[in-house]
Design a protein around this ligand. Structure first.
Ligand code: NAD
Length: 368
């Protein structure tokens, strides 16, 4: 059988970046501030919750191309605390009422939306209209139709949009992409993947409210497993069939707890996935014609680990969020599409939409 040419890990990463760069956007996208050589771009975080405070702000102390320039919060005590901790000037602090006036602030080049899912669309669109480039956290929106509105609004404003898909900048994940997409061990024939955690948090949190979160474990954790299959194969799934299980229906009255799915890909591979707010999962296992590879943990940010043909990958871990934000700052500076643009977020949401349709119908659903 004809074998795909061998590609080194470094080659693959370089070529992927070049490919993303080929999707260059209009030169008008370069703002005057971005053209100042050597200037770090200013990022404003919108929503100072667990992820912004626990991961993004610390990562912004390690970034080379961007820095934490501003914040948007509805809680005055957080504004005071963050201003002192991160040396943020008063003129770069906004609340949800003053948000749009960020348009007049040349310190802010990029707005990073780290809010509950139902607010992603509104704040991404308002950020783009304020003339800022945008990073929006995952899942991109409540559904794929909203993703399309967000993409269109950013295009209209001639601003770049990226999704907080940190794993695309993570070396174990890049190795899995190379092994799978370049068929280094032959064609991938089977993928099993799952992501989840046992939810023991606040029973009134936004994550458990359908209107705010759009769904439960599938939206929050399953999105990684869907992506894992997509980036291992480098293909888009055609159809999906899903089932679900609820062991704590009182807690998960509005959103899904555990979901299981099968994906049909054009290559005919056997691909299964699962997501949960009741099980600590985080793995991706792939079988190929001439071997196997796997990651576990596969999707977190506290260190990934992997094996190829049962032997350790021996790849160092990095600060994923710092790499992700530095890459976007470079994209903004060069006027080049991110390797994780809004369209990537929309692709995952199309699969999630189809999984929810399948949970209702009990049948295979096409991922249009
Ligand atoms: P969180 O609940 O800790 O923070 C949400 C923030 O939004 C809070 O500061 C809250 O005050 C603010 N907020 C504003 N209006 C609100 C409203 N009406 N209801 C509730 N909160 C409101 O959540 P989080 O864990 O920081 O998640 C935020 C986003 O980041 C989500 O989209 C989530 O999926 C994403 N996230 C991504 C990762 C990752 O690894 N990429 C990890 C965690 C969270």
């Amino acid at each position: 059988m004809k074998q795909a040419p061998k590609t080194s890990r470094r080659d693959f990463i370089r070529k992927s970046s070049v490919l993303a760069g080929a999707l260059a956007v209009s030169p008008a996208i370069l703002s005057a501030a971005c053209l100042q050589p050597g200037k770090k771009l200013g990022i404003a975080l919108v929503g100072l919750g667990g992820y912004a405070g626990g991961q993004l702000a610390p990562a912004l102390q390690q970034t080379k191309n961007c820095y934490l320039a501003g914040i948007v919060t509805g809680t005055p005590s957080k504004a005071t605390e963050w201003a002192a901790k991160y040396n943020i000037p008063q003129k770069n602090i906004y609340n949800y009422q003053t948000f749009d006036s960020i348009a007049d602030n040349p310190d802010i080049d990029i707005i990073y939306v780290v809010l509950p899912v139902s607010m992603h669309k509104e704040y991404t669109i308002r950020a783009a209209r304020a003339g800022k480039h945008v990073i929006c956290e995952k899942p991109m929106a409540l559904n794929a139709a909203d993703c399309r509105e967000m993409i269109a609004a950013c295009k209209k404003a001639n601003r770049l949009l990226s999704i907080g898909y940190r794993l695309h900048f993570e070396p174990h994940t890049q190795e899995v992409m190379r092994l799978g997409q370049k068929q280094i061990l032959g064609k991938v024939t089977e993928i099993a993947t799952g992501n989840g955690f046992k939810y023991t948090g606040d029973p009134n949190a936004w994550r458990l409210k359908k209107a705010l979160a759009g769904g439960g474990g599938l939206m929050d954790m399953g999105i990684y497993a869907i992506q894992g299959a997509r980036y291992t194969l480098g293909q888009e799934p055609l159809a999906v069939r899903a089932t679900q299980e609820k062991t704590r229906p009182e807690l998960f009255s509005e959103v899904d707890e555990t979901v299981f799915w099968e994906l049909k890909f054009p290559g005919g591979q056997k691909v299964t996935g699962k997501s949960s707010y009741n099980n600590n999962w985080g793995f991706l296992r792939a079988k190929a014609d001439k071997g196997s590879f796997e990651l576990e943990p596969a999707y977190g940010y506290d260190g990934l680990d992997g094996k190829v043909n049962g032997k350790p990958m021996n790849i160092p871990n990095i600060n994923q969020q710092a790499a992700q934000m530095d890459d976007f700052a470079t994209c903004v500076r060069l006027g080049k599409q991110s390797r994780v643009p809004g369209e990537e977020g929309e692709k995952d949401m199309k699969v999630i939409d189809a999984i929810y349709r399948s949970l209702d119908s009990g049948k295979w659903e096409n991922i249009g």
